[in-house]
Design a protein. Structure first.
Length: 179
């Protein structure tokens, strides 16, 4: 049976939240839509899901794929070597490493490609439904793509309490604390 390792991105594989960096950059550029959405989120007029959906939708319309590729390459420089080493130690010939992130797939996919892994970030499906890979969303994505009956759930690493149910499904799990 093929083994899988699942790794979270923000505050795990990266020592910070990449989505926040993207948002801050947009606020500094005075992207008024993002400023408005952020104000709505601060005042709890938008849930976390709705906020992320609106921001991602807006930014997908604004930027080309080359923007996200460059953003991902900048993130790649900051990947935590300790996490990469732990994943490498748990990666055998028949192991799949899967990066799952609540951050936008627009740039997460480029990180995945650079790492030679598989996985996804949050995205819009073919019916324009927002698929938020946060907490339960990651579990559903895994069940759809790597059923526990067909794969050996070897290792999961995440910093987030929202991923604790995911971590519990794996033989080995690490609740990561970024330095």
């Amino acid at each position: 049976m093929r083994k899988i390792n699942v790794i979270d991105l923000d505050k795990t594989l990266l020592p910070y939240d990449s989505f926040r960096i993207l948002i801050k950059n947009e606020i500094f550029k005075l992207n008024l839509k993002i400023v408005f959405y952020s104000i709505c989120r601060v005042f709890r007029l938008y849930s976390g899901d709705l906020y992320k959906q609106k921001v991602i939708s807006s930014l997908l319309r604004k930027y080309s794929d080359s923007f996200y590729k460059e953003f991902a390459l900048n993130l790649y420089k900051d990947l935590d070597e300790k996490v990469l080493l732990k994943v490498q130690q748990e990666t055998k010939e028949n192991t799949l490493n899967i990066l799952l992130s609540a951050s936008p797939n627009a740039y997460v996919k480029h990180l995945i490609e650079k790492l030679g892994w598989i996985g996804s970030g949050s995205y819009f499906d073919e019916n324009s439904n927002f698929i938020h890979l946060h907490g339960k969303g990651k579990i559903l994505w895994l069940e759809e793509n790597f059923n526990i009956k067909s794969f050996n759930y070897n290792l999961a690493i995440s910093d987030s309490p929202s991923d604790y149910n995911l971590l519990n499904q794996f033989n080995k799990s690490i609740k990561w604390i970024s330095a």
